[in-house]
Design a protein around this ligand. Structure first.
Ligand code: SAH
Ligand code: SF4
Ligand code: F3S
Length: 483
């Protein structure tokens, strides 16, 4: 969204609020802008904000949308929580994500006592749970606003309610089929961007809370997606990450159904776009035509994140994953046959209810067979309201921890070998930033998502350069620029 497209001078803030979106939000942004101007004069400095992301890439993308709205209202970003507007965009996929939020709320309260202008907003997946909202309403009275995952686009309207009334504003929608387009978004990187292609999830894996907090699956229109990508490219973006909980089922809810493979072919045509990534792929919906499109593409990166979750067909069945160990391995074979060099990564849950030693050995086996470039491993976390939470035979913590450590050791060894397989090659790197430890080095990413550090200069940031991969250091490379 090009900010200049919103003509605030033509919005009558004393008139009645529009009913249709996004015009209604533009109206509330205009009203909040007036408020922010007055406030800025009153306190003699710009109003500041910070958005804190606790969850996944989709959560991060939502934070960029919140930042976009806040910037338009007139807030200036800061990197500390000593800000006038602090928003926590929460996650609830595992218990520890919730614990982190509660842990930090106490600290926010102490900051708010020192700054009478401070507003605290909580939003995101955790807020879609009734018990959480009840607890905040009762025990965290200093919070100003609570909203969920379906109405983040309403930030300006909610803020306006807060500044014109007293008390906590709570607005949680149970679900929605609405997709509001043409709202601002403030990108973290100039040269790469996340692009939502679908929202929600219909898979109901038995351990997972996401379908309950993100609602039913709905796809964005391909025209809107392509328009956004073209605008991003015109604004300097060369890499996009297409976002959805299960991108492989893209398009099923559209009036004119379209497959994910077809969408990718359309995106490939966008001139100036160099790299396409996507996540996440559910193995049950990964089609042969997608494999073909990936194989023939000049832009789709050589990386596929293909969460396996467990190696035992028994456990997979209880997880409601809709594939077996054998069918997953067969899929991996087809992918590797088409793209021998592709990097595969995965997610694995250890300690799912009823997981036996034998089941766990099958997880180890699948890891050895597939040879992932890297894997995210999680200890099973019981989520209230999911079917797995009431299953018998929850695995004891010590047993789960022991399995987790064994798995991690195996993965690290394989991952180091797999990552090193490109040593000595010359490869294209998208330069992302100055190395955080050593400012003579630049840090960039290979097509397969592995990081490379090499001597270079900051003016390379955002461009693709050729680098010789001198030495693999486990999960990253030290390289040398090739002129
Ligand atoms: N839609 C994506 C994943 C979203 S959640 C997919 O299907 O792949 C990211 C990861 O968190 C999941 O892949 C899973 O490995 C993990 N996860 C989800 N719920 C969990 C739970 N209750 N306990 C532990 N890990 C969980
Ligand atoms: Fe959760 Fe499964 Fe949906 Fe992924 S596909 S978000 S793991 S329910
Ligand atoms: Fe967490 Fe919500 Fe993402 S629960 S993992 S932030 S979809």
């Amino acid at each position: 969204m090009n900010y200049a497209e919103i003509d605030f001078n033509n919005i009558d803030i004393n008139g009645k609020e529009p009913i249709t979106e996004p015009q209604r939000q533009y109206y509330f942004m205009a009203k909040c802008r007036e408020w922010a101007k007055t406030k800025t004069l009153e306190i003699g400095r710009p109003l500041t904000y910070i958005t804190q992301t606790f969850g996944c890439q989709m959560n991060a993308k939502d934070s960029e949308k919140l930042s976009g709205i806040l910037e338009l209202i007139g807030f200036v970003e800061t990197d500390t929580e000593e800000a006038d507007f602090v928003v926590y965009n929460t996650c609830t996929v595992r218990e520890n994500a919730n614990t982190r939020v509660y842990g930090r709320l106490g600290f926010l309260n102490s900051l708010k006592k020192k700054n009478p202008n401070m507003m605290i907003a909580l939003c995101g997946c955790m807020m879609q749970e009734d018990a959480v909202v009840d607890k905040i309403r009762k025990s965290y009275r200093f919070v100003d606003m609570i909203f969920g995952t379906h109405n983040i686009f309403k930030l300006a309207e909610l803020m306006y309610s807060r500044i014109t009334s007293k008390g906590m504003i709570i607005d949680i929608w149970k679900d929605t089929d609405q997709i509001v387009e043409d709202l601002p978004s403030e990108r973290k990187y100039k040269f790469k961007a996340g692009v939502n292609i679908m929202y929600g999830c219909n898979n109901f894996c038995s351990y997972c809370i996401v379908p309950y907090v993100r609602g039913r699956e709905r796809s964005r229109n391909p025209e809107d997606i392509i328009k956004e990508i073209k605008e991003l490219v015109a604004d300097g973006v060369i890499e996009v990450m297409l976002l959805g909980q299960n991108v492989n089922s893209y398009g099923k809810t559209l009036d004119k159904p379209m497959s994910f493979a077809e969408l990718l072919q359309e995106i490939e045509k966008v001139e100036g776009l160099e790299r396409i990534r996507f996540m996440t792929s559910h193995p049950k919906d990964l089609s042969d035509s997608l494999i073909e499109v990936m194989k023939d593409s000049k832009k789709i990166c050589s990386h596929l994140h293909l969460p396996v979750q467990a190696g035992s067909t028994d456990v997979l069945k209880k997880m409601n994953r809709s594939y077996t160990k054998e069918s997953y391995l067969a899929l991996v074979e087809r992918i590797k046959a088409a793209m021998p060099d592709i990097s595969l990564t995965t997610d694995i849950i250890v300690g799912f209810p009823g997981e036996t030693d034998e089941d766990f050995l099958e997880t180890l086996e699948i890891v050895k067979k597939v040879r992932y470039d890297s894997a995210y491993t999680f200890l099973y976390s019981k989520r209230t309201g999911t079917p797995a939470a009431v299953l018998d035979c929850q695995v004891e913590d010590t047993v789960a921890k022991e399995r987790f450590d064994r798995l991690l050791k195996e993965i690290q060894a394989i991952s180091a070998e797999m990552t090193a397989r490109h040593e000595g090659e010359i490869s294209k790197v998208l330069v992302e930033e100055v190395n955080q430890q050593n400012d003579k080095l630049m840090t960039g990413r290979l097509s397969n998502n592995v990081l490379v550090h090499f001597e270079g200069s900051p003016d390379m940031i955002g461009s693709i350069v050729k680098v010789s991969l001198k030495e693999c250091k486990g999960f990253y490379y030290i390289g040398e620029l090739v002129s």
